[in-house]
Design a protein around this ligand. Structure first.
Ligand SMILES: [Zn+2]
Length: 388
């Protein structure tokens, strides 16, 4: 019985410490008195926790600041260089890296052209660890301050065991990626699905800040989604929740790469749109299609409008299922051709079921191409309070 009480106290203490650290991060600089007011904790508790954070080197006292007539308070700020994390984004054609400061700012970014599908997973892991070693050396980073590496990977990811179960983009099956990198660099390494990492980034530092229930829809070479509820990523039973691309739209529809007919992605992913366009006119890429639409060519406008309709229907399905307060549209299609966003919004006005029409905002990604690097770095940085 006593053991349980002790455990509960530890949990509360850690929670309060995380809360105070978050407040200092958000409202820096801030005084102890203000923290006491916001948290409703006793001044003694706040003082003790702040003392611990200062001792750990995460928080420091700054110069006296005037807080009213004749009154001065010692302000608290985080030390941005107290700890670092490294975020990695393994994409189809390149691997991106970012060094994140304790404040959440990216200190340094790097991109290495690399097609994982054309090589072995060992070679890809070697590129990742060698690049990180180079960044540490070139940027003169104190390795002991790097609390972890986070990696965003497209595919089905066992985030608890650090295993890439299946990734068609990378051509991997059952690869213990986290352990691989950790053994090479001796830095804690975690991995997660790219869209789950992306929504975490937008929720913490991007366009979904302040949203309580957010859905993200990725539109580009693939179609996928993720969901974050009150700060927790919704994972489903095997971390695969959100495989939107293979939801069935029409059982008699187009054949999908997965072997089923009428999957959503056979209507709205890049290859589906191009396939449709090429039935009318030779079209090498999406850019050509949008150029033709700009040129008032009816067939191109028609394809884009049909794509917007299907995306609107997808948004309706998601909104009816999860009732989010925000839907983030991201991926190459909406990020490179933002003119499609108002068309999608227009379709939503028609196809979203009426009770839901004004219950959510449509957002676009704020962090865009950086979002996976930022979210991956935040996998380790978010809620960090203890030096290990
Ligand atoms: Zn499919």
């Amino acid at each position: 019985m006593k053991k349980i009480e002790k455990h509960d106290q530890d949990v509360i203490r850690l929670h309060n410490k995380q809360m105070i650290l978050e407040i200092i991060k958000k409202s820096r600089p801030i005084s102890r008195a203000e923290i006491t007011k916001i948290t409703k904790l006793s001044p003694t508790s706040v003082g003790r926790i702040v003392g611990e954070l200062c001792e750990q080197g995460l928080v420091r006292e700054t110069a006296l600041t005037s807080v009213g007539v004749g009154r001065k308070a010692i302000m608290l700020d985080i030390d941005p260089q107290a700890v670092y994390t490294i975020g990695v984004d393994i994409g189809k054609k390149a691997i991106k890296f970012g060094v994140m400061e304790f404040s959440g700012e990216l200190l340094h970014e790097e991109r290495v052209e690399h097609v994982a599908l054309q090589t072995t997973h060992e070679a890809t892991a070697a590129v990742i660890s060698e690049t990180i070693n180079l960044i540490i050396a070139n940027k003169n980073l104190d390795k002991s301050k790097i609390i972890g590496i986070g990696i965003g990977v497209p595919g089905v990811i066992d985030h608890e065991r650090g295993i890439v179960q299946y990734s068609s983009t990378l051509g991997w099956r059952n690869i213990p990626l986290a352990q691989f990198i950790q053994d090479k660099l001796h830095i804690l390494t975690v991995i997660d699905n790219d869209l789950k990492v992306k929504i975490l980034a937008e929720y913490l530092l991007g366009s979904a800040q302040g949203s309580r229930k957010t859905a993200l829809i990725e539109l580009g070479t693939g179609v996928g989604s993720s969901l974050i509820i009150d700060g927790d990523i919704f994972r489903g039973g095997s971390n695969s929740a959100g495989e939107l691309g293979h939801t069935t739209l029409d059982p008699n529809g187009n054949m999908c790469e997965c072997g089923k007919r009428g999957c959503l992605q056979t209507y709205i992913d890049e290859s589906a749109i191009l396939h449709e366009a090429n039935r009318i006119k030779e079209t090498a890429d999406i850019q050509q299609l949008f150029a033709a639409a700009q040129n008032e060519e009816n067939w191109a406008q028609d394809i884009i409008s049909r794509t917007s309709l299907y995306i609107g229907i997808t948004i309706n399905n998601i909104v009816c299922m999860y009732n989010p307060d925000a839907v983030i549209l991201c991926g190459d299609l909406v990020e490179n051709y933002s003119e499609i966003v108002p068309l999608i919004e227009e379709q939503c006005g028609q196809v979203v079921w009426e009770p839901f029409r004004d219950t959510f905002k449509i957002l676009t990604s704020e962090l865009k191409s950086k979002s996976i690097v930022v979210g991956a770095a935040m996998l380790v940085m978010n809620n960090y309070v203890d030096k290990s």
